[in-house]
Design a protein around this ligand. Structure first.
Ligand code: BGC
Length: 762
């Protein structure tokens, strides 16, 4: 009996279903078309509905809806018994089309890895791959089939709270990471067990919301879109991402959800995307609030006709599509197209072969979802160490002496939930190692001494605390120490006075760098500034360990601190990993994936800005050049910057030829030497500057990089191949071209400290 007949006859019990189907239905197109031909309109519409289990719909009701063929997938349920119950319900539906289960697996699942900015700071694609593979394995073991990741929105305005989630400001770096993430999460298509399908987000340009205020409009020239903001989505799609999540924002006046240029011309036609397009949470209904749909009926019509296949967390498709099809306003073809993508994705997830592929059998269900044995702590520690950026290290304050008496202070020194960062998926705060716990373990081993005092609350501003605790967390996350600020500071100062060195864990509660958490200031909250100033006054060496999800404005702290270690949010093994770095058991090698402004007024400070007619010239203030006259020009810490406990030197750049033929290539090389006393890694970065082109080009653009480990005294030649593709850009007609003329190759350890050599493209 054929697979489809077995389905139709209702012969397959859930388990028998899986076992009776050893061979996958061979031809996806034919298989899906055959299913569609036998579905009712209501069943088709049901497949387009993606429901959040929990507050949106309790599981019992959801199971009934599924059995009635009225739901295609769910998200936010991350345990096998629940999802088995829901899959059983699907197997009772007339068509027996399996459900899929999705979740925001962004930077880990049970094991939490560093947040996106931290992963990007590693400039280590192997680390990204390790995170994604581990997260996929764990999520898959919890019956998850799809993740709403990777999040590849270019972010150049750190006021935007979701800067934390992405990989920074640079199109090349973010694109490389996007590819690694997709391959790591998803592997091949069909997606095997142990991997999960990706849906790259948020398509498109979400990171460019005006003023960094979340959900604000995006207004952008096509050239900038093509050149800077679109490449990471494209890279993820070319790497095979099975899904795309559509952004909440409007783009040049049209919401992404109803933007036919975006979804049809660009995504489907020009890029050839063949997968499933998922709306963001409630985005279809929001077309009404955007003011492009007068009611839910019109919103549904706009979205379905625009190829939004899955409607997330609303019932507009369910309620409106039947009437719209009946009236002819929506053609059956539009419905069928969407259903085809949804069923195609399920096929690619392997669910028609085995609806229980990632659910498994009940006897294998884990007794304790949060059991330590389910975590990959070594992987988390390894990646966390790679994600930190040493911003300052005066007088070799770091690494700490193993026997040092340490005063550990600060509101983030012992805050498990904050170690995880936002979008921590199924990460469990009780499994997270805080800095206090990590240092305690290290001190016990090393023979030093540790005293702890909180020193300050995250903020003394009650309305901020209220906001943070109002966010969508299960429990209030920010707990205030009721003592007076002066009393807390006095305790910390006393601890500092009795110590050799002060380590202050300061920054943002994780909710401060989250969806909807935009800020007007990039300063540390005043409570923490006061603490730092008091600690500085003790005269003890002061190490700031920053935990935050966006670049902060650190002019004041740069002066006060002897060392600054940017740790972002490091995840489950954060405290151990930070201790490894502080003691020098690991030599930090992270580099900033986003530039740090001196103040909020300086934004944007991205390094690859377009050339100007009147660029700022060093040492010539007030001469009608582009600057803010009250502020030092340029970022405090540039893109690509990061220190090590050793030093590296760089030779001049040498090129294999002063000219490059059309379609040819040349080689650029530098010699890198570890001139310090310790083994260490650094990232050699290659930038290209186009001297004159038909359009204004960026001052420079990252085009390649290489991370390498050198022993003390070791010297190595690093070679980069430059081909025509690395010189290409989008011209005024939006054609990607390389124009003849002069180029500079700049190679260095960050975007500013470079050596350069020119060549000519013939
Ligand atoms: C976010 C998405 C997320 C979705 C589902 C939305 O609010 O914008 O990034 O994937 O919720 O949790």
């Amino acid at each position: 009996m054929s697979f489809l007949l077995a389905l139709a006859a209702g012969l397959a019990s859930p388990l028998a279903f899986a076992q009776a189907q050893p061979a996958a239905p061979k031809n996806k197109t034919a298989f899906v078309s055959d299913l569609i031909a036998r579905m009712t309109l209501d069943e088709k519409i049901g497949q387009l509905r993606l429901i959040s289990i929990g507050p949106e719909m309790p599981i019992a009701q959801l199971a009934d809806e599924i059995a009635a063929g009225r739901v295609g997938g769910t998200f936010n349920s991350v345990n096998r018994p629940d999802n088995r119950r829901l899959q059983d319900a699907a197997m009772k539906s007339r068509m027996k089309i399996p459900m899929f289960f999705a979740y925001d697996v962004i930077h880990g699942h049970r094991t939490t890895f560093p947040i996106g900015l931290g992963l990007a700071s590693s400039w280590d694609l192997g680390a990204v791959d390790l995170m994604a593979r581990t997260a996929a394995r764990e999520a898959s073991a919890d019956s998850i089939d799809m993740t709403f990741a990777p999040m590849v929105d270019i972010a150049r305005d750190p006021r935007w709270g979701r800067t934390s989630e992405g990989f920074g400001e640079d199109p090349y770096l973010v694109s490389e990471i996007a590819k690694s993430a997709v391959k790591g999460f998803q592997g091949t298509v069909p997606v095997p067990a142990g991997r999960i399908m990706t849906s790259v987000k948020h398509f498109a340009l979400y990171g460019a919301v005006e003023g960094g205020r979340d959900y604000n409009v995006v207004d952008m020239s096509p050239m900038r879109m093509y050149q800077d903001y679109l490449p990471p989505y494209r890279a993820a799609i070319d790497a095979g991402s099975g899904g795309v999540m559509v952004a909440l924002n409007s783009i040049n006046g049209v919401p992404a959800t109803s933007n036919t240029w975006l979804m049809q011309d660009l995504l489907r036609r020009d890029w050839g995307f063949k997968g499933v397009a998922v709306s963001d949470h409630g985005a279809i209904v929001e077309l009404i609030r955007h003011g492009v749909a007068k009611d839910e009926r019109e919103a549904a019509k706009l979205a379905i006709n625009n190829g939004i296949d899955l409607s997330m967390a609303d019932s507009v498709y369910l309620n409106e599509l039947p009437g719209l099809v009946k009236s002819g306003e929506v053609k059956m073809k539009a419905i069928d197209n969407a259903v085809r993508e949804v069923l195609g994705a399920k096929y690619d997830m392997g669910l028609f072969r085995d609806p229980y592929l990632r659910i498994g059998v009940a006897k294998d269900d884990p007794a304790d979802l949060n059991a330590d044995s389910r975590l990959d702590r070594p992987a988390a520690r390894d990646v966390a160490r790679k994600s930190m950026v040493l911003l300052e290290n005066r007088n070799r304050t770091l690494p700490l002496a193993k026997t040092a008496a340490i005063a550990l202070v600060g509101p983030l020194a012992d805050a498990p939930i904050d170690m995880l960062g936002s979008w921590s998926a199924a990460g469990y705060s009780k499994n997270a190692v805080t800095l206090r716990a990590g240092l305690n373990t290290a001190v016990a081993k090393n023979g030093g001494r540790l005293t702890y005092a909180r020193g300050a609350n995250i903020t003394n501003d009650e309305s901020t605390v209220k906001y943070l605790n109002f966010l969508n967390w299960d429990t209030p996350e920010v707990t205030q120490d009721p003592r007076a600020p002066a009393e807390m500071i006095a305790e910390a100062v006393k601890a500092a006075q009795q110590a050799d060195v002060v380590v202050a864990a300061v920054g943002e509660a994780r909710g401060m760098s989250h969806e909807s958490s935009s800020r007007t200031s990039l300063d540390l909250p005043q409570s923490q500034r006061d603490l730092i100033t008091a600690l500085k006054a003790t005269g003890k060496p002061l190490v700031l360990v920053l935990m935050n999800g966006r670049p902060l404005a650190l002019v004041r702290e740069q002066k006060e601190a002897d060392a600054i270690l940017e740790t972002w949010y490091t995840g489950t093994e954060g405290g151990n990993a930070i201790a490894d770095v502080l003691y020098g058991d690991y030599n930090p090698a992270g580099k900033l994936p986003i530039s740090f402004p001196r103040s909020v007024g300086q934004i944007p400070t991205y390094y690859n800005h377009p050339r100007l007619g009147r660029p700022f010239t060093e040492g010539k203030p007030g001469n009608y050049t582009s600057q803010y006259y009250e502020e030092v020009t340029g970022p405090l810490y540039p893109f690509g910057y990061g220190l090590s406990y050793t030093e590296f030197s760089l030779s001049d750049v040498s090129l294999s030829s002063p000219t490059m033929r059309r379609n040819g290539k040349i080689e650029a090389s530098v010699s890198v030497k570890n001139t310090g006393q310790r083994a260490g890694e650094t990232v050699v970065q290659l930038y290209i500057q186009d001297i004159a082109a038909s359009v204004v080009r960026p001052v420079k653009e990252l085009r390649d990089f290489r991370k390498l480990m050198l022993q003390p005294g070791e010297e190595r030649v690093v070679r980069f191949t430059i081909d025509e593709d690395k010189l290409k850009f989008f011209n005024a007609q939006l054609h990607r071209v390389a124009e003849p003329g002069r180029f500079n190759v700049q190679i260095g350890f960050d975007s500013q400290a470079v050596r350069q050599q020119g060549f000519e493209l013939e």
